[in-house]
Design a protein around this ligand. Structure first.
Ligand code: FES
Length: 339
């Protein structure tokens, strides 16, 4: 390997780049703004899979064996998010036809503005950026926290174009990020790297959208909605937000306010494990099932789903059963960090 890194050529676009030895192939592509497919960046979704046409790579351990199997390996496939180059590389990796420009990720420092507990396990963090950081609604940022590796990734929960970014952080018992988040206070510093990701509304603002969010999957939905309302996007939008119990629902005041203000927006909270005698009069059950009950005519429908993978898989199945095309279903899988 040359000191500067390995040469990587992508087919069929003939795009060429250099990948450092300490960089995954995916990160090298993202770094120069190439519109390559990816989602989780941690071996959990399979969206970054490519065929290794030429060259050698070192694969990091940890890819989900249900997503990336030895059969894939035997066929010459790699997950670009899990591989470092050991030589010059040729990859069969078609570029996405992106509706939006790719923004090159950058590292920058922010000032913590506000920290608030949104639910017993979700903390909201708002940071002030040194300038209105460029990102697309629905994208995410890595938190660069000393002692926490790999970097944790959180979606922005507000629209781009301001000097504030808000995050919704799920805190797990014993999780490395939990102590850090709870130690944050206004005036503290937080280093961010980003933006990353392709999740976002299509440019088809005449087509109805059904949005399904679970847990902190609400964050990118809030960003999409905030951006859509600010841009006077008139597509009919129905958001179904799933949680287990009432105390896990958050941002209800904002969502209910938007539903009152915007005739094109409806909102249905759905609880799966709320006690029968609690007085909850809203929808009950799995959010994917409730979504299916609300679908009606799916002609022209686009679907946006964000949250834990089992919820996403259930919702995608319901949508496919109803006749929604795969090309009209966009997902953002939230995977719990392994360490
Ligand atoms: S498996 Fe590589 S981006 Fe998800």
């Amino acid at each position: 390997m040359a000191a500067s890194g390995c040469k990587v050529r992508l087919q069929p676009s003939s795009s060429e780049l250099t990948c450092r030895g300490d960089q995954t192939l995916l990160d090298a592509c993202i770094q120069i703004g190439l519109p390559v497919p990816y989602n989780c960046r941690s071996g959990e979704c399979g969206e970054c899979m490519a065929k290794l046409v030429n060259g050698d790579v070192q694969e990091l351990p940890g890819a989900d064996p249900a997503i990336f199997t030895d059969t894939h390996r035997a066929q010459g496939n790699i997950l670009t998010c899990m591989c470092f180059p050991l030589s010059d590389i040729v990859l069969d990796l078609p570029l996405l036809e992106s509706e939006t420009s790719s923004i090159r990720p950058a590292t920058f420092n922010t000032l913590v503005q506000n920290v608030e507990r949104l639910t017993p396990t979700i903390i909201g963090v708002a940071v002030e950026t040194p300038w209105p950081v460029e990102f697309h609604a629905g994208q995410c940022f890595e938190w660069v926290v000393p002692g926490v590796t790999p970097n944790r990734t959180y979606s922005a929960a507000n629209r781009p174009g301001t000097d504030t970014i808000t995050f919704h952080v799920r805190v797990y018992p014993g999780g490395k990020i939990g102590d850090f988040v709870q130690s944050l206070s206004p005036g503290g510093m937080l280093e961010l790297l980003g933006p990353f990701g392709h999740f976002g509304f299509s440019g088809n603002d005449w087509r109805p959208a059904v949005c399904v969010a679970g847990g902190t999957g609400l964050a990118p939905m809030m960003s999409l909605l905030d951006r859509a309302f600010a841009a006077r996007d008139k597509r009919p939008i129905h958001l179904l937000y799933g949680a287990r119990t009432q105390d896990e629902l958050y941002c209800l005041d904002v969502l209910q306010g938007w539903a009152k203000q915007h005739a094109n927006f409806t909102f249905t909270p759905v609880l799966s494990d709320e006690p029968a005698q609690s007085g909850w009069s809203g929808s009950r059950g799995l959010v994917a099932d409730v979504m299916a009950d609300h679908l009606g005519d799916v002609f022209g429908l686009e679907a946006y789903i964000c949250g834990p993978p089992p919820m996403i898989d259930a919702a995608v199945t319901r949508l496919q059963d109803a006749g929604v095309l795969d090309a009209d279903i966009r997902t953002d899988r939230f995977v719990q960090a392994k360490t």
